[in-house]
Design a protein around this ligand. Sequence first.
Ligand code: 5AD
Ligand code: FES
Length: 349
Amino acid sequence: MKNIIDQIYDTGQVTRDELLELLNKLDEGSTAYLHERAHEKRLSVNGNKVFMRGLIEFTNYCKSNCMYCGIRRENKHADRYRLDTETILECCREGHELGYRTFVLQGGEDPFYTDDDIVSLIKAIKSNHPDCAITLSIGEKSKESYQLYKDAGADRYLLRHETNTKALYERLHPDMSYEARIQCLYDLKEIGFQVGAGFMVGLPGQENEDYVNDLLFLMKLQPHMVGIGPFIPQQDTPLAHASSGTLEKTCIMLSLVRLLLPKVLLPATTALGSLDKKGRERGLQAGGNVVMPNLSPTNIRDKYLLYDGKICTGDEAAHCRGCIERRIQSVGFEVDMSRGDHVDSLTQK
Ligand code: 5AD
Ligand code: FES
């Protein structure tokens, strides 16, 4: 398997058959080798830096009904909340004090906030903190809406594709369209956002063939960011009794993405940290170079529960800032508090 890994390292190219063979045959030794090569690749692009993003989960209302997600519309046990503008701006102020220069505004697909609301919010944050990047993660919208957000000053947009196997996508997302989601990602790219796609690992029924679809799709889309985390069941969803994805498989995907898209911004996700005490550290060692600590107010943190066992739900922003810094340093990496734009978008400016 080492020859396929070396080929991906050297050329960034791989065929569907080679990827499938690799995933089917990876053993302990070749997996360790894959992580080593991914680590080398990350060092060659951004050194040992880990970029920090402050995450603000500003609404857990959602009109969608994703089978895996704890804030799905039909979850009557979810304790719903929305943050008002002043509270969001206060989170940014606190985040800025702590050194954050990227704010990620994430929410369910909540029609309560109009395009005008989102535009005003972006403008307010940019006017308070002109040195910061704004990342939106608020789901599927029309291309016109995305353009309004971009014009207002938003820099980046996260929209995981979740899985690039159409049949699996449709099973997991009643009343959503696979094609529409993929179209959103191309719209976002065309508008000029730094775009984040991504997928979950260990979804019920997900096989190596499906991961191959995800990886090939990412090679085609060429996103700036890729969010990959293990699926973790949430007790009030239809998938409550399914098993979680594994740390090992998630780290394999992180390493492959690092080799296939060398410059990509790749978070060691909160879900990975929730699955395993050392999950985020392991994710960084597998090729991850971003972490997204929580800046949400503590009184609502335990309500944004996409999955069970989520970490940091009782912690203050300042606590997470220190905690994550120690974790990053414990595995030999260095915290980078700059905006941390994708290297290609810097040369375009
Ligand atoms: N387990 C892990 N990740 C989840 N997400 C949603 N529900 C779960 C879950 N049960 C992920 C999705 C979404 C992101 C914000 O969180 O991939 O895009
Ligand atoms: Fe939040 Fe460790 S990052 S407590």
